[in-house]
Design a protein around this ligand. Structure first.
Ligand SMILES: Nc1ncnc2c1ncn2[C@@H]1O[C@H](COP(=O)(O)OP(=O)(O)OP(=O)(O)O)[C@@H](O)[C@H]1O
Length: 745
């Protein structure tokens, strides 16, 4: 049964939704084009949902005539639920409406018309195909290169550009076109599609088949699109093809357009009235989310953008506390300050899920995750590539360390054998290596020196490699990282990689600089690798929980709202990001960065923290220029820091050079007697059994192999150094230290 307009709005207010006059104007507009411009938190999504309900219940429009497009799957699900709860709509009607993302809506059209579509590739399969395409053009593809290529191909498809339409005046375009072509051919050979093919193929279908196009024009008589500021060319063309009836309603905020790098164009929103002549326009001028101080600071920032629709909006939640700018010493200090604020917030009754930490790039959250894991605080992280320790540069360094710990770790060996180049491209050597290792009872690393049929330059490289791995065993993680970067030449390798692929040097190096911070404070490679394993496990688990503190990139935060928001790493070169500063369209890129921060700031309802550490990745840095633009920086504010740190004996020991330390360790513990099967006490694992002792040459002490309970792989450690650093103890030493209440030796 239909409702009258009065009944509908009365029922809405009984549902607790009090609609403003502007919101009402947008909701009541059914026929003809309409664009709703509004600021953050002004109820755009609310209006869109209420409008759909109004059309169904007051306008008498059939659910199947409604097409509602959202930006994410989660938003589509949320909209369906919210719609079903509105006056008189119910589950059935909400389900009968076509609600989905551009991809899901157009996939459904293809499925209905073609019966089936090829298998859609997951990210891993897509990367695998791209890697093969690169190999076929003679390139040694790294993950970074594959990811870059993936993004470029996606950008082309979002602009409906296929390989044959790529202009080839520049040599790098030729290279790209060739790779793109091979990728498309391989895809065809396999009978697969990638997700962007949905848009390309649906566009092709609707363009080439007028009957089908007409059918869908008749079916979707009313089209509603959320977040229209982030529409790309392919999506825009598809919507235009369908919306000939002109019953199109779009909502958006040009100030929140943040996907330019994926091909979205804010112009489609700004030029809506030109594309659909006679379009009505509604501007929503209220903000129902944040209090006045947050709104004012966000406004002071965004007015620095030149290319934008001028609009003003008022806060409806009164006054609140001024947003805080904090200036921690470095990332670690930043993590501590933010966490102590969050802990206080939770104690005062704000649920953990209402605290969101936002950041520009995934690398930036490394220190915070480390701290959360150390303190065992639950969190959820949303971005799939947010595991810092899985980045290829970091994995390379970790593989060197893992191999030094376990010279039989074949995965680590394969990962780094050609980084830097050692010319071991034939994979046959791996089987040969296993055979030598078995027959001569040598570790895989030591077996490298026995490989037959190699060229002299390969042999030399391998001999050096074995020495390098031996050397790393004796170092702590900070020294090991320095050794791998400088002595082994990994940094040079990355520079050459960046040069040859045209990648930004700073971007390629960034994970190493961050890793240099991550290894601080760990006395042994073993302890550091244990920590990495623990962090990776927590990150994996956090993905499915949705509970605890919410961590996400600024991009991911779009459309969401939280009681308290903490934006970290607001320093120059991070925000605006280096990439934007080097962009050939710097001004545009800079404006997009500003919008990104604006999106982040406007997610906060009650409390907003903006953090700009004094030092970042070991270097002194300037605060983001955007902080000055918010007008907040002058009111610098610091959280009082806890306990003063006292230098431990281990820290004093670590200040010696590796040679001095080794010498001291052997002097002190060289004569200590150890025998097979005796018990040693590991600092982290308790009682372990000594399986093997090996005397090193040149008086460099002994290497022991120990069996740790519940761990399949034995662990190798330098005996004297481990005793010296307190990683291992003999039973007698332990008794003494327990008696004297001493933590260290
Ligand atoms: N008329 C209203 N009265 C009270 N609260 C409202 C009203 N309209 C919307 N809200 C509330 O304001 C908040 C923001 O609404 P909504 O998410 O729809 O805004 P938005 O414009 O889509 O936000 P953004 O673009 O920043 O993501 C929500 O908590 C919503 O429930």
């Amino acid at each position: 049964m239909n409702l009258t307009e009065m009944e509908f709005f009365l029922l809405l207010s009984q549902h607790g939704i009090r609609i403003s006059p502007e919101q009402k104007e947008a909701i009541r507009h059914i026929h003809g084009p309409l664009v709703v411009f509004a600021g953050p938190g002004s109820g755009k999504t609310t209006v869109l949902t209420c409008r759909a309900a109004y059309m169904l219940k007051v306008g008498g429009i059939l659910p199947k005539e409604l097409l509602i497009v959202t930006f994410t799957r989660a938003a589509a699900e949320e909209m369906r639920v919210r719609l079903s709860q509105l006056p008189g709509v119910g589950d059935l009607r909400a389900k009968a409406c076509e609600i989905g993302t551009f991809h899901s809506v157009f996939l459904r059209i293809l499925l209905r018309k073609l019966g089936s579509v090829p298998k859609l590739m997951g990210e891993a399969e897509q990367k695998m195909l791209l890697r093969r395409a690169l190999q076929e053009t003679g390139a040694d593809a790294t993950e970074e290169e594959v990811a870059d290529l993936l993004q470029k191909i996606g950008l082309c498809k979002n602009n409906l550009i296929l390989p044959e339409r790529i202009r080839v005046e520049k040599p790098e375009n030729v290279k790209f076109r060739d790779r793109f072509t091979i990728y498309e051919e391989l895809k065809k050979e396999k009978g697969w599609w990638d997700y962007d093919d949905i848009l390309v193929e649906c566009h092709r279908l609707l363009k080439s088949n007028v009957q089908i196009l007409e059918e869908y024009r008749r079916r979707y008589r009313y089209i509603l699109v959320d977040e229209f500021q982030d529409t790309n060319y392919a999506q825009y063309e598809l919507i235009k093809q369908l919306a000939v009836h002109n019953n199109i309603f779009v909502v958006g905020d040009d100030d929140q357009s943040i996907y330019r790098f994926r091909g979205s164009r804010v112009e489609y929103l700004l030029d809506f009235e030109k594309t659909f002549p006679g379009a009505a326009k509604v501007i929503l001028g209220a903000n129902y989310r944040s209090h006045q101080q947050i709104i004012e600071a966000s406004k002071r920032l965004i007015v620095h953008n030149r290319k934008r629709q001028q609009k003003d909006f008022k806060g409806m939640n009164g006054e609140g506390e001024e947003p805080h700018v904090i200036r921690p010493n470095d990332e670690k200090d930043e993590a501590e300050q933010i966490l102590s604020e969050i802990e206080q917030g939770i104690k005062s009754g704000i649920p953990p899920e209402q605290h969101a930490v936002l950041y520009r790039t995934n690398n930036q959250v490394r220190a915070l995750i480390d701290a959360l894991v150390e303190r065992e605080i639950p969190f959820t992280i949303y971005d799939s590539d947010s595991d810092f320790y899985r980045q290829w540069q970091v994995r390379d360094i970790l593989s060197y360390m893992r191999l030094a710990q376990n010279p039989n770790d074949v995965d680590s060996l394969v990962q780094i054998i050609n980084r830097p180049k050692r010319y071991m491209y034939e994979t046959r050597w791996i089987d040969e290596l296993h055979r030598i290792s078995r027959s001569q009872s040598l570790s895989l690393v030591d077996s490298l020196s026995k490989l037959q049929g190699l060229e002299i330059y390969q042999i030399k490289k391998l001999e050096q490699f074995i020495r390098d791995i031996e050397r790393i065993k004796l170092l702590n993680p900070q020294e090991a990282l320095r050794y791998i970067r400088d002595e082994i030449g990994y940094e040079k390798y990355l520079r050459e990689y960046a040069d040859s692929t045209g990648n930004d040097m700073q971007r390629v190096m960034e994970p190493l600089d961050e890793l240099a911070q991550a290894v601080q404070g760990y006395e042994s490679i073993f302890a550091f690798l244990e920590h990495v394993d623990r962090v990776q496990e927590c990150v994996r688990q956090s993905r499915s929980s949705r509970r605890g503190i919410q961590l996400m990139t600024l991009h991911r935060a779009k459309g969401l709202e939280f009681h308290s928001v903490y934006i970290i790493g607001l320093v120059h070169h991070m925000m605006p990001h280096e990439k934007a500063l080097n962009d050939q369209h710097t001004e545009e890129a800079l404006e997009e960065e500003r919008r990104l921060l604006y999106v982040g700031m406007t997610r906060a309802k009650e409390r907003l923290y903006l953090s700009a550490p004094e030092r970042y990745q070991g270097k002194k840095v300037k605060p983001s220029r955007f902080l000055y633009e918010t007008g907040l920086l002058k009111s610098t504010w610091r959280v009082a820091l806890q306990k003063k740190k006292v230098k431990t004996e281990v820290q004093n020991q670590l200040e010696l050079s590796p040679q001095e330390r080794m010498k001291k360790a052997v002097e002190r513990y060289g004569s200590i007697a150890v025998t097979k099967n005796m018990t040693l006490i590991h600092r982290d694992y308790g009682n372990c059994t000594l399986e093997d002792v090996q005397e090193l040459t040149d008086g460099l002490g002994r290497r022991v192999t120990i069996l740790i309970p519940d761990r399949a792989k034995p662990q190798q450690l330098h005996l004297e150094l481990s005793l010296y650093l307190g990683i291992l103890k003999t039973v007698t030493q332990n008794e003494v230290s327990v008696k004297h209440g001493s933590e260290n030796l």
